[in-house]
Design a binder for this molecule. Structure first.
Ligand code: SAH
Ligand code: SF4
Ligand code: F3S
Length: 452
């Protein structure tokens, strides 16, 4: 190193776990005295925190990397880092593919960024992908928002869904202790945060790896217990959690959500397919009947709850009739939001090796048909908000209209209304909804009328 690096840039791909990891890595770089810059071309350290859930996510990373690798040929002081799930999946192979790289680090190593960088500054190319016990957070994350925050509760995933790379790249489940989670939330509250989303790939598995199982095999630390344990932190007004797995979802959890005022009425429970044979081939461990029962139970306890999910179309061997079962489930349930994807074969997963792969045309066609239905159903779901008064937590400005602020309802619908961010940021505002769209709402603040 001839000159000391001063500026860093991070681009994050993928899910909320990656975003949370990026915030911790940015916190480490801040503490090392570096400054974040928006433009990667102005940075001395460029870090890509990558995703490999589908092939297009992975390919995007290579095109970004290619540009920085070229820049490095002219500017040898540039430090190039690939973190996250592509790093874990490819390991050393990434160095062969992009020899300009200085550091390849899997998601479990995010908190070790400073150590790893010191090895790089001593002149080595470093690959950190071996499984480790994730060290408790030692740094202060540099969070993107000052209103809402993510808090990891369980890392990794022990499921073996046949399409999914996550267990390969995120390792086995590691729960944080309830005390560590509560401490992080208390600190967030002190810093003025209002909303916390508890994160895990399979959050219902929370606690089963912690010591303290009872003789009947039940573990003491469940997500439900955790919600009771953290819900009374003063200052935190809203608590969310994701992602739920239908196989482990319990009625006790629904009851806790109904009972605890800060826990928002929103459930994200991916179903992946509405067909039992496809679900079996995916190794999901439930039937569409069980999934429907879960949703019915939620709606018994919390009639207005928002339901969102993920679904995959074009899984190997999926017939037209099986795909129609997915359409039927979507039509019957009426999701507030559904993330849809065409199946993408992933290295190291079972289903990628099967011979009954479908053509890209069939997958694209099904994806389009499903998306059309999703829009129609989301629009139907949005109607219930019309003329209603909703509590909105103000998080920012409407990027399309600076005279409006934006936030979310408890049910997680994005909502816009006229207002000044400097005054309203972090406030819970009662808003009368006057306009509804499939995935967002517009309203008028009613509290302001009271004070006028
Ligand atoms: N842990 C969550 C999902 C994690 S991955 C769960 O169990 O539901 C996020 C979403 O990406 C998945 O819900 C799935 O819909 C999608 N996905 C995962 N692997 C995929 C693949 N190989 N092709 C297409 N979509 C995939
Ligand atoms: Fe992937 Fe299944 Fe784990 Fe979700 S539960 S992360 S889909 S293996
Ligand atoms: Fe992608 Fe890794 Fe998340 S593969 S979806 S960033 S766990």
């Amino acid at each position: 190193m001839t000159t000391k690096p001063r500026h860093y840039h991070i681009t994050t791909f993928g899910c909320q776990m990656n975003k949370a990891d990026s915030e911790r890595m940015a916190g480490i770089l801040d503490e090392m005295g570096l400054t974040f810059v928006e433009d990667p071309n102005q940075a001395d350290i460029v870090l890509y925190n990558t995703c490999t859930i589908r092939d297009n996510a992975e390919q995007k990373v290579y095109s970004y990397l290619g540009r920085q690798a070229k820049r490095k040929q002219e500017n040898p002081n540039l430090t190039l880092i690939v973190a996250g799930c592509v790093a874990q999946q490819e390991g050393e192979a990434l160095l062969r593919r992009v020899p300009e790289l200085d550091l390849v680090m899997g998601p479990q190593h995010a908190n070790r960024l400073q150590d790893l960088l010191e090895q790089v500054f001593e002149g080595s190319q470093v690959v950190a992908t071996e499984p480790i016990n994730i060290v408790e957070d030692i740094t202060k994350p540099r969070r993107d928002s000052n209103i809402t925050a993510w808090v990891n509760v369980i890392y990794g995933c022990n499921e073996r869904c046949t399409y999914c790379v996550v267990p390969n790249v995120r390792g086995t489940e590691q729960s944080r202790t309830p005390e560590a989670i509560r401490a992080e939330m208390e600190e967030l509250a002190r810093a003025g945060y209002k909303e916390v989303t508890l994160l895990g790939q399979n959050i219902d598995a929370y606690g089963r790896d912690l010591p303290g199982s009872t003789p009947d095999g039940r573990h003491q630390h469940t997500l439900t217990d955790l919600l009771y344990y953290v819900h009374d932190i003063p200052g935190i007004e809203r608590i969310r959690f994701a992602t739920s797995h239908p196989r482990y979802f319990t009625e006790r959890l629904i009851r806790a959500c109904a009972e605890l005022p800060k826990v928002c009425e929103h459930f994200h429970i991916p179903f992946q397919s509405g067909d039992n044979d496809v679900l079996k081939a995916m190794a999901r461990g439930y039937t569409h009947e069980k999934y429907r029962r879960i949703i019915n139970t939620i709606r018994e306890y919390i009639p207005d709850a928002s339901i969102s999910a993920d679904a995959i179309v074009g899984f190997p061997g999926e017939t037209e009739a099986q795909f129609e079962n997915t359409l039927k489930l979507v039509d019957d349930i009426g999701f507030d939001l559904l993330n849809t994807a065409a199946y993408s074969p992933r290295p190291g997963t079972g289903a990628a090796l099967w011979e009954n792969q479908l053509s890209e045309e069939v997958k694209a066609d099904r994806l389009q048909r499903l998306n059309r239905l999703v829009n129609v159903k989301a629009m139907e779901r949005s109607q219930r908000y019309r003329d209603r008064i909703e509590e909105v937590l103000v998080e920012g400005t409407n990027p399309k209209d600076p005279s409006q602020v934006m936030g979310r309802t408890r049910g997680n619908r994005l909502t816009f209304f006229k207002g000044n961010l400097a005054e309203l940021s972090g406030e819970l505002v009662k808003v009368k909804i006057i306009e509804v769209r499939a995935f967002s709402l517009t309203g008028e603040p009613i509290e302001l009328y009271v004070t006028l």
